[in-house]
Every structure is written in structure tokens, then in C-alpha cells.
Design a protein around this ligand. Sequence first.
Ligand SMILES: Cc1cc2nc3c(=O)[nH]c(=O)nc-3n(C[C@H](O)[C@H](O)[C@H](O)COP(=O)(O)O)c2cc1C
Length: 356
Amino acid sequence: MNTDNNLTETQVRKDDHIRICLDEKVQFNQLQNGLEKYRFNHVCLPELDYQEIDISTNFLGKKLHSPVLISSMTGGTENAQLINQRLAMIAQKYHLAMGIGSGRVIIEKPDIAKTFQVRSRSGSNRCSCPDILLLANIGAVQLNYGYTWRECLKLVEILEADALILHLNPLQECIQPEGDTNFKGLLDKIADVCEKITVPVIVKEVGNGISVTMAKKLINVGVKAIDVAGGGGTSWAMVESERSDNKLKRELGKTFANWGIPTADCVADIAKTYPDIPLIASGGIRNGLEVAKLLALGSDIVGLAYPFLKAAMTSIEALEEFMELLNAEIRTVLFCTGNKDINSLQNSDSFTIVKS
Ligand SMILES: Cc1cc2nc3c(=O)[nH]c(=O)nc-3n(C[C@H](O)[C@H](O)[C@H](O)COP(=O)(O)O)c2cc1C
């Protein structure tokens, strides 16, 4: 519970988002992450010892014990701080990558930085994840509303992050009551951030997907990794529809509830055209079988937001239980497709995963 009565508009929005994602019907209302079109071919004689299956991998120079990212979610309020601390503990225990929620509010109100900070090399007791891959996050559109590479860099430094995510969310901004909808000239500004800041820049969507055409533009201006955040999971059109008091915006959000490129399609297309770009698959991923399908389709790691939020709101034990199951599911796919490690799954032949 928040005891601070002087919350900024951005802070109120952060708590609204958590509440609405957990309590309202804001998931895509059909199975639309695209993975339902794929199945693995079962290998009845894997010639492997299950105990020796290795699900670790490397991403942006860091070792992960499983190919999993806790997608960017929150920060800014006491509730958000508790969620971030729990997520960071799990990220450290299981050596996952972790995104922090959009940090624009830190620049507006620096005293709330602590609700985002999960790492500190300065010796305080916040050091819950000293060596995971930690990703700062801010909306790219803020580069049209007074923010520059300097604020981006400041955010990275305050959070002691290893990389910066710029998120693209045009549909969400259209429906958000206080949305920032001027996306003109943003590609040049993204290029400027890529050139000037000292850490890799990743671009992600928030659940509507990145096509291969858009990926090309982003890669050409210096973006170092793409997180497709495709359609099929949390619907930000619906989240903002739920938040709005305005009848038109509420209806607008409902019309676009299932808008977007399914996650599997984004991944298959981008991986085929840009096999070397570090690629994160996310958007509607709910179990380790889906994680494994996306690795086989060409992603390097896979991000989940809603399932981690749900477990984090319950307890650390719920997060541990979720991670144990996720890892077991990934490991089981490797075993039953005859792959000893993630690299082998990613480079397996066309027999491994097929369109059903
Ligand atoms: C409560 C909540 C807050 C979020 N806030 C952010 C954010 O600040 N920045 C961002 O890039 N994405 C944000 N997202 C979007 C997720 O990172 C993710 O792209 C999206 O929810 C789709 O993944 P999912 O279907 O696994 O939830 C948020 C998601 C949730 C559930």
C-alpha cells in the first residue's frame, strides 16, 4: 500500500497498470502469439542424460543460467519497489536478465529512484542483484518531449544498468488518456542515443510487435538488440481502455484489443533476415514450451512480463515455483527433441520444429 499522498501523474499510472494487469481482463482474448501454429517433433531416442542438459546461454556478454528475461514492468511507488525487489532476488538466484520499468519518473522526481534501484555498487543494502544483466527502460517517444541522450545516460547510471531499452508504444499512447502521440523524427533521435551513450541500446515494443521492416530501420541506426514484444499476451490497448474515463478512448481500446503482429511471426521473420542480431522474443509467453519454441525459431532469449508480475504479487516462493517449472519445461523440450543445450536447439534442423 502506498502511504505517499503526493504521487505524480506518472506514479499513479504505474500503480494503475499493476492493478489493471492483475485484476481486469486485459490479455489478448484469443491465442494469438503465433506459437499455436508450431509443434516440436518428438524424439523417442534422445541419446542424452537428462541430468546433463544445459539450459544456460550468453546474452550481451553476460552468462544467463536460463534463456529468460523478466520483461520491463515497474518502479515509482512503494508497491512497485516491493515487486522490483522480489523480481531482482529471483533474477539473481536463477541468473536471469531483468528489465526495470520505464524510468522517466526518476528524472521528474529523483527521490523515488530507490523504487527502481535493485543494484548498488556503492555499498548500500539494495544490492540484491550484483551481477545479472540489468536493463534500464524509457519510452522512445520521450525523446520528442524534452528528453535527450543525456537523460537516457543519467537513467542508466542511476540504475547501474548494463544496457538501455527504448520502448515503442504508439498504440498505447493513442489510447492512454494523457498519451504522448508525437512520434515524428524519432528514428534520428534513437540514432543519436545509440551514438552517444556508452551502453548497448535495445528497442522493444510493448505487445504489438516489431516487423522485419522496422527492425531493419532500427538496426541501421545502431540499435544493438531487438525485443519484438509481439501480440498475444498483455493488451496495452485494453489496459489503457480500462484506465480511461473517456467513452471514446474506452471504445477505441476495445477495438484494438487484439492488434499487433504475433510474437512468433516477428521472431521467425527477423531471425531469418538478421541471424546475427541479438534477438529477444516476448509478448504472450506463458510457459517453457513456448520459450523453447521461440529459441528454435531463432530468438536468443525470451521475455515474460505478466506471469512474473502475478507470481511477484503473491510471494518469493511463488516466483521460485514458477521459475522451477519454467526451467523444467525448457529442459524437457531439449531432452525430448534430442538437444543437449540451447545452442544445439537454436541450430537444430528443420525436423525439430514444424508448422502443424
Ligand atoms: C504492469 C506492467 C507494466 C509494464 N511497464 C512497462 C514499461 O514501463 N516499459 C516497457 O517497455 N514495457 C512495459 N510493460 C510491457 C511488458 O514489458 C511486455 O512487453 C508486455 O506486457 C507483453 O508481455 P506479456 O504478454 O508477457 O505481459 C509492462 C507490463 C506490465 C504487465
